[in-house]
Design a binder for this molecule. Sequence first.
Ligand code: ADP
Ligand code: AMP
Length: 224
Amino acid sequence: MSELNLILLGPPGAGKGTQAERLQEDFPLLYLATGNILRAAVAEETELGRKAKEYMSRGELVPDDVIIGVILDQLRDEEASDGFLLDGFPRTVGQAEALDEALQDFGRTLTAVLLIDTPDDEVVRRISGRRVSVKTGRVYHVDFDPPKHEGVCDVDGSRLIQREDDSEETVRKRLAVYHEQTAPLIGFYEKQGLLKRFDGRRPPNEVHDHIRATLATLRLEEQI
Ligand code: ADP
Ligand code: AMP
């Protein structure tokens, strides 16, 4: 298999970012997390950030025409040629169709879509304890994955914050948006034979082991 082109799919709080961090240690993948890209744009007060800000704080998706161009531009880049890992994109059928079309133009294909299946009540528990470093993007949980020293990032000692959209009310809204607009992608990719499911209730290292085993099997199958 010459390149790994992967999508992480699942509700907010499923553990996509947590797994992405581990997968980047395993493979040289260009990691594109639309939530991180949008939060940086909001912080820097760019045109993109201005367009996205209100949608994000309400827990709604930013419109397809705002986000699709941003991601496709980055996938066209040389940096993505060894493989990519998408986290938080696509999130609507429209985005998935635009991605399929663009990959066809670039002469590339998806390797797999990794669904981290996690029930709503677990998501709410996780997100309420989530803490992130704005500087490094590293994600923690106050109980399940605490930093070595409370309130600061293990990587560089930067301050950990709670995301504004991680309040319980906004999380419930984001979950409703996920079920309505993003969950249809499960069937979309199942039909293409790309969907791989993982039990997101397992501890992070177990989920990671399962994903690695699946990717190893895919590589073997390609060599047969
Ligand atoms: P997502 O990127 O899907 O929104 P995150 O990776 O940010 O999710 O994880 C959400 C929260 O749950 C974080 O606080 C993280 O530390 C914690 N977490 C991630 N995976 C697990 C897991 N398998 N078990 C328990 N907690 C987890
Ligand atoms: P996340 O960090 O993935 O939880 O995303 C945070 C917020 O960014 C979401 O609630 C949306 O408002 C916005 N967002 C991230 N990715 C997308 C996307 N692919 N399409 C539309 N909105 C997005």
